[in-house]
Design a protein. Structure first.
Length: 281
């Protein structure tokens, strides 16, 4: 078989563009993150819709300190930043965004934001235009019905962060881990609820450490208001606010974790499971 030889100059011509891209990427990594436009965390609250079509692969990040949203999607010509304080819509070069090991993203110090106009708010949606494309950030559908903790962690990035950063009370965890009574912890929550976002991830962390087959955790999600409060489960259980954890011992309700009790959720859970109300059950 005759081998075809590629001239050296031709080979270099093919190789140089790739080397140029690699050099550009390496150079970009060497630039430090911006002092302010950094720490954008993945958000599970919104979805991106472009020209009335769901951009399913869109990456949406949120920075509550600025505050601002950063949107990365192939459905848009370039990444876009939305700043609520000024209603500004600005574009940024994708090569000026650096993903961090913890899943957050930073803008690099030499990133240039190009103004695209302003966004409008209609209800809970944020609408804007990019290069003639009509786009909007719309609230994601709520997680509803009975769910496992893994479902929450798979769909709500904020819950993952809240769970990782929490260290449950070791005494309460140890007591629950060795308890022999059948227990069900039924947590009523809303994936859209800020109080649930604050407290439920910590219960998820406690669940992961208890590791007791006798204690079952389940999470019941309500739809967004006002319809969520019409859920039959709310009336059946007499839920007044969320999150609410109803604790059943031997099939009977032994207590609830509500309101301020969520400040020490696993401690309260242990009191209910091993307290007077559960002794005779």
């Amino acid at each position: 078989m005759r081998q075809t030889r590629v001239p050296v100059r031709a080979a270099l011509a093919l190789l140089l563009p790739a080397l140029g891209l690699l050099a550009a990427a390496t150079s970009a990594q060497a630039v430090p993150s911006d002092a302010t436009l950094r720490g954008f965390e993945p958000s599970g609250e919104y979805m991106l819709v472009v020209d009335n079509k769901l951009a399913s692969a869109a990456e949406i990040y949120q920075n509550d300190k600025i505050p601002a949203f950063l949107i990365i999607s192939s459905a848009l010509p370039s990444p876009v930043m939305l700043t609520p304080r000024t209603s500004a819509v600005e574009s940024v070069n994708l090569m000026k965004i650096a993903k961090q090991k913890d899943g957050s993203v930073d803008l690099l110090a030499d990133a240039v934001l190009a103004p695209l106009g302003q966004f409008q708010i209609a209800g809970e949606s944020i609408s804007f235009t990019v290069s003639g494309k009509k786009a909007s950030l719309d609230p994601k559908p709520a997680l509803t019905g009975t769910r496992k903790g893994a479902d929450l962690l798979a769909n709500l990035p904020e819950y993952v962060r809240g769970s990782k950063g929490y260290n449950p009370n070791p005494g309460a965890i140890a007591a629950l881990a060795k308890d022999g009574k059948p227990v069900v912890v039924h947590v009523v929550f809303g994936s859209w609820c800020p109080h649930c976002r604050q407290h439920v991830p910590m219960m998820l962390k406690a669940e992961s450490q208890v590791k007791n087959p006798k204690i079952k955790f389940e999470y019941y999600g309500l739809g967004r208001p006002p319809d969520g409060w019409k859920d039959p489960e709310v009336k059946r259980l007499g839920v007044k606010g969320i999150p609410t954890a109803i604790v059943y011992v031997n099939g009977l309700e032994a207590g609830r974790i509500e309101a301020q009790a969520w400040a020490a959720r696993e401690v309260e859970l242990n009191k209910i499971v091993n307290g007077p109300a559960a002794k005779g059950k």
